[in-house]
Write a protein that binds this ligand. Structure first.
Ligand SMILES: *Cc1c(COP(=O)(O)O)cnc(C)c1O
Length: 457
């Protein structure tokens, strides 16, 4: 149990109710064999825990913006829900910015980071007054030009890579020696270049680093923030005034995918930061955070119908509708991204019975399309449901169009005290076949047959 009295069991109970309700309501069934479910109560709780954790360690009156990393769950209703809970948005593309704006997020609560911002994107961000962190010297050159040509309210900063090292998953380690993100601080001349960049630009008021991610230990995350803070202190000392007034510590709190427990918690991270970098919290700096996975992962579930139950080489295989299209990382890199699977019967009730080692396969036409391999679960039968747990971030909202499989519908749920069941709201409609055809060049059906070298046929 955490300090709010929430237990993982309550979340699991809400999820079980939602699966049952989805089957009962026909959101999930023979004709809708896969859905994504979002636990609205859980999302609200995580947002409140995040805010409370940092409120508890910051000096009174410190401006703190928690900007949700939109890439984790790029869904407009989710951004609106988080907005209601006081959470802003961190965006990294024109698409993500459009989602944040559609959700009603104000420029003052939006932060733009991306390693490849175009000149037009930068111009728009500065015109809107959105905070921008420059990734590299060439991008800072572009911002120089924009700052010279127009007045902007955008808080501007530079992203640095403290190069404190990576974690257990290479692809999500942002603070390695050769990471593509930010100015690599320990490279020859880089630190001095950053200091001079601030000395020469009185309008640079922020410093940004995002060094954590799945697979990174808490202590290493704290070191990344420590290095960033030390650089801000050095810059302000050399300039002789507190020009850097806000430090953006990024996101990257890892998520426990192995059990129901939330670990580490925001409170643990905030306390570790306070212990390791006390000066960051004494009121001299405003704070921005950019958590993604840790806010949403535990609150999403992919549920898929078992279309067929078969056996191969003596091993039972449940062929379901959830595979590489919704769990891309897990299917391609199962060792780094294992998911817990829960078994439900045809009525959506938790399945009991002796555990049997089996494969839970997806619908895609390649042999590696397995949600779980050799997993001990109550034996899945035809018409049962398999649920991939903790998939609220970087999973079902990140559709991968392999085999032209349709994007599943996504539904948010809350408990309904009147019926003891749940109430649902549509977050995203299931993709239609017409939409798949349209996205696949349907409007240009004759494009290639009518394109021929003039004079030939
Ligand atoms: C991806 C990303 C985040 C969020 O990371 P999580 O691991 O989902 O918390 C925050 N900031 C930046 C710059 C990112 O690229």
């Amino acid at each position: 149990m955490d300090e709010y009295g929430n237990t993982g069991e309550e979340r699991a109970a809400r999820r079980d109710e939602a699966v049952r309700g989805a089957v009962e309501r026909g959101l999930l069934g023979p004709d809708a064999p896969i859905v994504g479910l979002l636990d609205v109560t859980g999302i609200r709780e995580s947002a409140r825990e995040l805010r409370a954790a940092f409120d508890a360690v910051t000096a009174p009156g410190t401006p703190v913006l928690h900007a949700f990393a939109v890439k984790a769950t790029p869904l407009v209703p989710v951004l609106r829900l988080l907005r209601e809970e006081g959470i802003g948005a961190e965006v990294a593309s024109p698409g993500e910015l459009a989602l944040a704006r559609a959700a009603g997020l104000s420029p003052a609560r939006t932060v733009l980071d991306s390693p490849a911002k175009t000149a037009a994107e930068l111009r728009e961000a500065l015109a809107l007054g959105i905070a921008v962190n420059a990734d590299n010297p060439q991008e800072l050159d572009r911002i120089d030009g924009l700052v010279r040509s127009a007045v902007s309210r955008s808080p501007l900063g530079i992203r640095v890579n403290p190069q404190v090292g990576g974690g257990s998953i290479g692809a999500t380690s942002t603070a390695t020696e050769t990471s593509k993100f930010g100015v690599a601080l320990r490279d020859e001349g880089a630190r001095e270049w950053v200091v001079r960049a601030y000395l020469e630009r009185p309008w640079l008021s922020r410093l940004h680093a995002h060094t954590g991610s799945q697979g990174i230990p808490l202590a290493l995350m704290v070191r990344g923030v420590e290095e960033t803070y030390a650089l801000a202190e050095e810059i302000n000392r050399r300039i002789g005034r507190p020009q850097i007034d806000t430090i953006d510590i990024g996101g990257g709190l890892p998520v426990n995918f192995a059990s129901e427990a939330t670990s580490p918690t925001y409170t643990e991270y905030a306390r570790a930061l306070k212990a390791g970098v006390p000066g960051l919290f004494d009121g001299r700096y405003g704070l921005v955070t950019e958590f993604g996975r840790s806010l949403l992962a535990k609150h999403g579930t992919i549920v898929a119908r078992v279309e067929y139950a078969k056996s191969a080489g003596g091993r039972p295989v449940a062929v379901t509708h959830a595979g590489v299209q919704v769990a891309t990382r897990t299917v391609y890199v199962p060792g780094s991204w294992p998911l817990r699977i829960a078994a439900y019967d045809g009525k959506g009730r938790p399945k009991s019975g002796p555990e049997v080692v089996q494969d839970v396969a997806g619908p895609a036409c390649f042999a590696g399309d397995l949600l779980a391999e050799g997993r001990a679960l109550p034996l899945l039968d035809q018409g049962d449901y398999a649920a991939a747990l903790d998939t609220g971030a970087y999973y079902f909202a990140h559709h991968y169009a392999y085999n032209s499989l349709a994007r599943p519908g996504i539904y948010g749920f809350v408990p309904d005290p009147q019926t003891g069941g749940v109430r649902f709201a549509t977050v995203r409609d299931p993709q239609t076949l017409a939409s798949i055809v349209a996205e696949s060049g349907g409007a240009h059906v004759g494009a290639l047959t009518t394109l021929h070298t003039p004079g030939s046929r």
